[in-house]
Design a protein around this ligand. Structure first.
Ligand SMILES: Cc1ncc(C[n+]2csc(CCOP(=O)(O)OP(=O)(O)O)c2C)c(N)n1
Ligand SMILES: [Mg+2]
Length: 554
């Protein structure tokens, strides 16, 4: 028996491999069996890396994480019905952050839709404008599957800069054993042309780096002689022009008043100060476009959009801007610096030294605050590591205090959902650590308790698959305390706020970790923080209890 479904599925995956696609994530199902079995054969032949997840929501975010790290489109395979809808959150995030995903969803042939058949809904268009749709008719006997596959893949990958939904009808027989073709795996290259425009060096310029900005923003800031206001997940939080305390400086004093021009890279989401700055009268803004996503344009006040920016070489102008940058960098440093009481440690006076030692010991036993937690995580992370930040209070806290350090940081800021964080981080971990290779590095995920519980199912790994080195660090304050900072929290009934916004939880995280085969650590005090964050093989869930309200730091 032969199956056109299997013949076409094999040709399709083969063509994707030829074009340089390597990562496939799939969830089990009957209608998609031809694709799934072909993917398993390609994995066995060493031509694809396959990850299997029961939950398509996890599969979607896992694929997103893999694509973020590899910068190559990742394939997701699902069966029909609700399975397709489970991809929706990852599709939205990918669409709003320009991450390329190829979603192969199995469906019935058109004639069998709309007649009440089992597990059949309206799949074409299910993601609306958030995914480019290719509705593929069921392959038939005698078709030229190879030529069809080449055409379809060319269409899928043409200028791919977000999710592409390939809805594929399959007829019975849904699969039959089919040999793999001989093929030469290719290398992916992004063929989209990017026209670069030159930006002159002008006084009063600042560079803003939001999510996805990357190192280009840092280079531009230096070339422009401009302060660099780089969010913590921008990939540009480093360099001599970095102004970590940009929020305070923009909102207080007269620093911001002297800004005449803003050059934006990436998608800023973490502060109100940045959009307020762009909307200010007398400020001219240039936005460097991020491929695949809507242009950033707060208040519709942006004057110019460019595909890419180069900076005219103008050393004299950069030299003239030196004091402009210097003032920003210096003021930021002063705001964040915490003087170390070193004097007492160096003294000859025994009593003074003993008192200092006691103080140090007491400090080690202090409970962990959000600031201590984010600083410890930042301190522990190095360029071979990866840091993934959830949409909780902790990303904002880190954004306030993180000093410059060139480490890869990712956060799903396309829609800033609390969903999919662990799955996304798992994708980043797997892709950055390589499979079965002795690469260094650990992926740390820093998130709140609700964000963690939202994606608890993603703690489940595919059976027999290599496990990445990961630390999921949960700041557990018993609910969504980010809502305490909303104006409504000061005026509405506290019990009502707690019931519907805080949404307290008392899940036993140690039991949860152990149920999924993760090691568990609990960090109660400041002294336990750094040791707990030391990388070890395997997957660790680190619970850090936090007070709902941080004690005021003196
Ligand atoms: C999918 C999704 N649902 C709801 C929200 C709204 N939301 C934003 S933060 C948050 C609570 C986060 O709680 P937690 O992770 O514990 O972090 P904390 O605020 O306590 O630091 C919620 C529900 C969201 N961003 N995404
Ligand atoms: Mg919380």
């Amino acid at each position: 028996m032969s199956s056109p479904a299997s013949a076409f599925a094999t040709a399709l995956l083969g063509e994707l491999v030829r074009r340089g696609i390597r990562d496939v994530v799939l969830s089990p199902g009957s209608r998609s069996q031809a694709l799934a079995l072909a993917a398993a054969q390609f994995e066995r032949a060493g031509l694809l890396r396959l990850r299997v997840r029961i939950d398509e929501r996890s599969a979607g975010f896992l694929a997103l994480g893999l694509a973020v790290e590899t910068r190559v489109p990742v394939v997701v395979i699902t069966t029909s019905g609700t399975a397709v809808a489970e991809l929706h959150p990852a599709v939205l995030e990918a669409a709003h952050s320009g991450v390329p995903l190829v979603l192969l969803t199995a469906d019935r042939p058109a004639a069998l839709r709309g007649i009440g058949a089992n597990q059949a809904t309206v799949q074409p268009g299910i993601f609306g404008p958030m995914a480019r749709l290719l509705d593929v008719e069921a392959p038939v006997d005698g078709g030229d599957h190879d030529a069809d596959a080449v055409r379809l893949v060319a269409d899928i990958l043409a200028e791919i800069a977000g999710p592409v939904h390939v809805n594929m009808a399959f007829r019975e027989p849904l699969s039959a054993p089919t040999p793999l073709p001989d093929l030469e795996p290719g290398t992916w290259h992004d063929a989209r042309p990017r026209e670069s425009q030159a930006i002159p060096v002008l006084p009063g310029t600042v560079v803003v780096a939001g999510a996805g900005a990357g190192a280009d923003a840092e280079a531009a800031a230096r070339a422009l002689g401009a302060p660099l206001l780089a969010e913590v997940a921008s990939g540009a939080r480093f360099g001599p022009n970095l102004v970590p305390a940009y929020r305070e400086l923009l909102s207080t004093g007269n620093f911001g008043d002297r800004i005449e021009r803003v050059v934006v890279f990436g998608h800023p989401t973490l502060s109100r100060e940045i959009p307020a700055l762009i909307e200010r009268d007398g400020v001219e803004t240039i936005v460097v476009r991020s491929p695949g996503i809507d242009d950033y344009n707060p208040g519709h006040r942006v004057q110019a959009f460019v595909d890419a920016a180069t900076v005219a070489d103008d050393e004299a102008a950069v030299e003239a801007a030196r004091s402009w940058v210097g003032r920003w960098v210096h003021a930021s440093r002063q705001l964040l610096e915490q003087p170390e009481p070193l004097g007492a440690a160096l003294t000859d006076d025994y009593a003074e030294r003993a008192a200092f030692a006691r103080e140090q010991l007491a400090e080690q036993r202090e409970p962990v605050t959000r600031r201590l937690l984010v600083e410890a995580v930042w301190r522990s992370s190095w360029p071979h590591d990866r840091l993934v930040l959830g949409a909780s209070r902790l990303i904002r806290e880190l954004d306030r205090v993180a000093p410059g350090k060139r480490i890869p940081v990712h956060a799903n800021r396309g829609l800033a959902g609390i969903d999919g964080t662990i799955a996304t981080a798992t994708g980043i971990a797997l892709a950055s650590q390589g499979v079965g290779e002795a690469t260094p590095g650990v992926t740390r995920v820093l998130l709140g308790d609700l964000a963690m519980l939202h994606d608890a199912g993603s703690l489940l790994a595919g059976n027999g698959e290599p496990l990445p080195r990961m630390q999921v660090i949960v700041g557990n304050d018993g609910g969504g305390t980010i809502f305490d900072s909303l104006e409504v929290a000061a005026t509405a009934d506290r019990a009502l706020i707690d019931r519907v916004l805080l949404t307290p939880q008392t899940v036993d995280l140690a039991a949860l970790a152990s149920a999924y085969g993760w090691e568990y650590r609990r960090v109660e005090t400041r002294g336990e923080l750094d040791p707990a964050l030391t990388p070890t093989p395997g997957r660790v869930l680190i619970e850090v209890p936090l007070a709902r309200r941080d004690p005021r730091v003196a």
